[in-house]
Design a protein around this ligand. Structure first.
Ligand code: G3H
Ligand code: 13P
Ligand code: NA
Ligand code: ZN
Length: 328
């Protein structure tokens, strides 16, 4: 059944686990994630970006979600808007059955320009007012995602802040986080501490200089009852990059966020862990390998079924690792 983000993360906090929030934009991903949730007995967050909504169409996507919820009535499903950029986008998501929305006011509506505190707190508080009236949860974001290694904004895949950012912008200020939660009433808070979206997060295995988990610990000390969200939390498994590159792909050397760092976050108030890139890599690895091994194949089901199975296996690992398994 459908539940709100608040309901799910309250349960996660009471029982010391984290919930992966998986991005979807098609049926294969939806079926694969739900199969993993079913096999491990995990509650699930299905999240859709504005890009996903434009790609798959709001009507088709919302009927897909209806189908998935009906297919697995015993699995709690939070249906979440990822990175909403204004009130209208959040409202249309609510109209299509989303139980949670993210208002990302860390950037202006263009999705590129870092916003000041007053803009972010103002627009987020407005979304909270509207969403809560409809029984829908809200995630806000304070701090701009980007690389502490290079100081560059999170623009690798064409969205996120452009240009060079200061250390101050790239790390959420714990004191400001306290003020933001009071000023807005958000149900969950996404923080910036060195992760970025996409496959190219770190040039080496991340240590405390480039992945500032201590910021999360400090925010959790000040806001023990606030559910924290980690964006850019894919681990970018080396073996998936190798499969892709062995079959004609070109993924450059890179590191993601190791599972042990996410577990550390979960011990310090992180309840929602956003994962898109790992699913994209799993799908692409399976499709490239299947097509390379059976070049005469042209029935899409023949390569989409292995891709689905690869996503299910990946998601089961996340549910087990984050302690979500068995919590449905
Ligand atoms: O915010 C990043 C998520 O991975 C969604 O990406 O906007 O390409 O759908 P997208
Ligand atoms: P990844 O690119 O690390 O999977 O992060 C996804 C995300 O944060 C979506 O909001
Ligand atoms: Na989100
Ligand atoms: Zn994100």
């Amino acid at each position: 059944a459908r539940i709100t983000l608040r309901q799910l993360l309250d349960h996660a906090a009471e029982n010391d686990y984290g919930v992966p929030a998986f991005n979807i934009s098609n049926m294969e991903q939806g079926l694969a994630i739900m199969a993993a949730a079913d096999k491990t007995g995990a509650p699930v967050i299905l999240q859709m970006s504005r890009g996903a909504r434009a790609y798959a169409n709001d009507i088709v996507l919302s009927r897909l979600i209806d189908g998935l919820v009906e297919l697995y009535p015993h699995i709690p499903v939070c249906v979440h808007l990822d990175h909403g950029n204004n009130l209208a986008t959040c409202v249309t998501a609510i109209q299509h059955g989303f139980t949670s929305v993210m208002m990302d006011g860390s950037l202006l509506e263009d999705g590129k320009t870092p916003a000041d505190y007053a803009y972010n707190a103002g627009i987020t508080a407005r979304v909270v007012e509207v969403a809560h009236a409809a029984g829908v949860s809200v995630e806000g974001e304070l701090g701009v995602l980007g690389s502490l290694e290079t100081g560059m904004g999170d623009q690798e895949d064409g969205h996120g802040a452009t240009g060079k950012l200061s250390h101050d912008q790239l790390l959420t200020d714990p004191e400001e986080a306290e003020r933001f939660v009071t000023d807005t009433g958000v149900d969950a808070l996404a923080v910036a501490m060195g992760t970025s979206h996409g496959a190219y997060k770190f040039s080496r295995k991340p240590d405390g200089d480039v992945l500032a988990m201590n910021v999360i610990e400090e925010i959790h000390r000040r806001l023990p009852n606030t559910h924290l969200v980690m964006h850019g939390s894919s681990s970018v498994p080396q073996e998936l990059c190798e499969i892709i590159n062995a079959h004609g792909g070109e993924i450059k050397p890179t590191w993601g966020v190791p599972m042990e760092e996410i577990k550390r976050g979960i011990r310090h108030g992180v309840r929602k862990i956003n994962i898109d890139t790992d699913i994209r890599l799993a799908i692409t690895a399976a499709i490239r390998r299947t097509l390379a091994e059976a070049p005469g194949e042209f029935d899409p089901r023949k390569y989409l079924a292995p891709a689905r199975d690869a996503v299910t296996a990946l998601c089961m690992e996340k549910f087990e690792g984050f302690g979500t398994a068995g919590q449905a």
